[in-house]
Design a binder for this molecule. Structure first.
Ligand SMILES: C[S@@+](CC[C@H](N)C(=O)[O-])C[C@H]1O[C@@H](n2cnc3c(N)ncnc32)[C@H](O)[C@@H]1O
Length: 222
């Protein structure tokens, strides 16, 4: 029997954002959702970049303004914070940003495979207490999912100032072979050619972070 796919309605007709109040009523357990159609969302087929956990939106606004021929989608679960990002991005003189007040991990499942140019995850919540470690976003399964959704030669950027989480990410990446470090070492200890987010400026100690720049390199199987 064929499964009917439910199409999520994301209404960006007269705004650049969708709040969770518009999404939640559409979510039902045990249902399969249709893949997101980026052409429908942006009205073009430009490369798509995704940031999960945009905070006040400085990062996404910065890169969206610099790269007007690319599209940017940002996810943030905290409403008070995404409101700041919306204000900031609405001021941009370009129509290449969409902001979604929802769990980014849920939406990554709905992206077509091999469709994303860059993923950015800047200072993800570290869940420092041992009993909460399992809530961390960047587990092997999720890194594998990000890799599946990345276009070949696409990149994942991850920055954390939490040493234990950084080392866990390093371990979790091992079973995901298409993701290869762009640096000579697995990660750099400071941001390189990268916007310094509010979190970085406020809390990070330069030289004491894990900054990963990973490229999806698919080797041909002979
Ligand atoms: C430590 S803050 C960093 C904010 C920003 N990236 C920066 O560097 O300034 C992490 C942010 O990620 C958001 N967040 C955590 N998990 C998320 C998820 N699954 N989807 C969307 N946002 C998430 C949190 O609400 C929080 O605003």
């Amino acid at each position: 029997m064929e499964t009917t796919l439910i199409r999520l309605k994301l209404d960006f007709t007269d705004k650049i954002y969708v709040f969770s109040d518009e999404i939640k009523p559409q979510i039902t357990p045990y249902v399969k959702y249709d893949k997101i159609d980026f052409k429908e969302i942006f009205g073009n087929e430009n490369p798509v970049n995704v940031e999960i956990g945009i905070g006040n939106g400085e990062f996404i606004a910065h890169y969206a303004a610099l790269n007007k021929n690319e599209n940017f989608i940002g996810f943030e679960v905290y409403k008070k914070v995404i409101r700041k990002a919306i204000k900031r991005c609405e001021k941009l003189d370009s129509k290449n940003v969409r902001l979604i007040h929802y769990d980014g991990a849920f939406f990554v499942n709905l992206f077509p495979d091999n469709s994303i140019n860059n993923f950015y995850i800047n200072f993800p919540d570290p869940w420092p207490k041992k009993k909460h470690n399992k809530r961390r976003l960047l587990k092997t399964e999720f890194l594998q999912l990000l890799s599946n959704k990345l276009a070949n030669d696409g990149h994942i950027f991850i920055a954390t100032d939490h040493n234990d989480y950084g080392e866990e990410i390093l371990e979790n990446l091992k079973p995901v072979p298409p993701l290869t470090s762009c640096f000579e070492k697995p990660y750099e200890t400071d941001l390189i050619d990268y916007y310094q987010t509010k979190y970085y400026r406020k809390f990070a100690i330069p030289g004491k972070i894990h900054f990963f720049k990973l490229k999806k390199v698919c080797r041909e199987v002979i």
